[in-house]
Write a protein that binds this ligand. Structure first.
Ligand code: SAM
Length: 272
């Protein structure tokens, strides 16, 4: 069930009209997410491949405005409207309401109020301990809801999301782009540190952009993130050892600080 405060009925109804033409719910939702992601990247070829697939299945027989491609873009408009109206992770709520969640992967997203509280506890809106740019990491990001809430509190931070489910990783990339955040979103298992695909979203005054990284960039990103994480763990171990006398050991569930010189998009881009 979707988060109760987010009304996604209109979106689900629109997607449902496509499903009733003989497609599986998973195919419809996945195609919708991919169409949005390809459109935002201006990647015509993979976009048209999906459109052609519907066309060969008789999509042009429907009147204009009622073809599946029209309904996909209508759902995109409805998503944008709901995001503006609710300030929330509407895409993730639609995913849950449309029955996409996998119990095996534990795909039940955190209610917004709990995300808010966790971001507060993790000190996302506060001063960075390293006095550099804050970094916010969710290694099992689902639709990217935690990052979204953190991004509203601290839009200048650098965000990292990882999920082993390709559809979840794509939803996070879309959400980070919609919110105009600087982010890296990785598809892969965060326990075994596998990076299969990755997207970079970038802030701009005119609105966010998104691009998929190529294979070489993905492996460079993996190296960079692994080094940064190891440095953070080492720093954390040292500072905890000195703080242990008299104070409680606290861990931050959502944020991890990366040394500021590494936490810049330039560090990655310059290795092209
Ligand atoms: C309970 S959901 C939480 C999503 C999000 N963090 C939130 O709070 O709304 C857990 C997510 O972790 C992902 N996941 C499970 N095991 C994982 C792994 N080893 N590596 C990366 N992601 C994983 C699942 O696909 C699922 O989307």
């Amino acid at each position: 069930m979707a988060s109760p405060q987010i009304d996604v009925d209109e979106i689900v109804e629109t997607l449902e009209q496509i499903r009733q033409r003989g497609h599986s719910a998973h195919t419809v939702f996945q195609d919708w997410v991919n169409l949005m992601l390809f459109a935002l990247q201006r990647r015509d070829d993979p976009y048209l491949e999906i459109v052609d697939d519907y066309r060969t299945r008789g999509d042009m027989d429907h009147p204009e405005g009622k073809r599946s491609v029209d309904l996909f873009s209508k759902a995109f408009g409805q998503l944008q409207e709901r995001m503006v109206a609710t300030d929330a992770d509407v895409l993730g709520a639609a995913y849950e309401e449309y029955g996409m969640s996998s119990d095996a992967f534990g795909q039940h997203f955190t209610p917004h109020t709990v995300c808010e509280m966790m971001a507060e506890i993790a000190g996302v809106a506060g001063e960075s301990e390293t006095h550099g740019r804050q970094t916010v990491l969710d290694p099992a990001c689902g639709s990217g809801r935690m990052l979204l809430v953190a991004g509203r509190k601290q839009p200048d931070a650098l965000f990292f999301g990882q999920d082993k489910d390709p559809l979840c990783a794509r939803m996070t990339a879309l959400n980070c782009c919609f919110l105009n955040l600087d982010a890296y979103v990785i598809q892969g298992d965060s326990l075994t540190v596998e990076f299969q695909q990755a997207w970079q979203t970038s802030y701009s005054a005119l609105g966010g952009s998104v691009r998929e990284l190529d294979e070489e960039e993905v492996s460079e990103l993996r190296e960079w993130v692994t080094d940064a994480f190891e440095n953070t763990v080492e720093d954390g171990t040292q500072s905890r050892a000195t703080e242990r006398a008299g104070s409680e050991d606290r861990t931050t569930p959502v944020t991890a600080s990366v040394p500021s010189e590494q936490a810049s998009l330039g560090a990655f881009e310059s290795s092209d």
